[in-house]
Design a protein around this ligand. Structure first.
Ligand SMILES: [Zn+2]
Length: 70
C-alpha cells in the first residue's frame, strides 16, 4: 500500500528552526518538541497534528484523504 510522503520538514514557529522528521503512518503526532528552543508545539486549531500545522507535508492520513483522529 502507498503511504504517501513520510518525510516532513517541520519549522518551529518560535525560533524558525527547521528539522526533517519521519511521520508515523498510523497515528497523529500531537506534540513535538523543538530541539533548539525546546518549545512544545501543538497543532493549530483545526489541524490534527503538528505536521499539518508546521510541516512541509500534511500527515499521511490527510494525504490519503481519509482523515484521522476522529
Ligand atoms: Zn524552536
Amino acid at each position: 500500500m502507498s503511504a504517501g510522503i513520510l518525510e516532513s520538514v517541520l519549522t518551529c514557529p518560535h525560533c524558525n528552526f527547521v528539522e526533517q522528521e519521519t511521520m508515523p503512518t498510523d497515528a497523529c503526532q500531537f506534540y513535538y518538541e523543538c530541539s533548539r528552543c525546546k518549545t512544545m508545539l501543538r497543532p493549530k486549531p483545526g489541524d490534527c497534528c503538528v505536521f499539518c500545522s508546521f510541516g512541509s507535508v500534511p500527515c499521511p492520513p490527510i494525504q490519503q484523504q481519509r482523515g484521522c483522529c476522529g
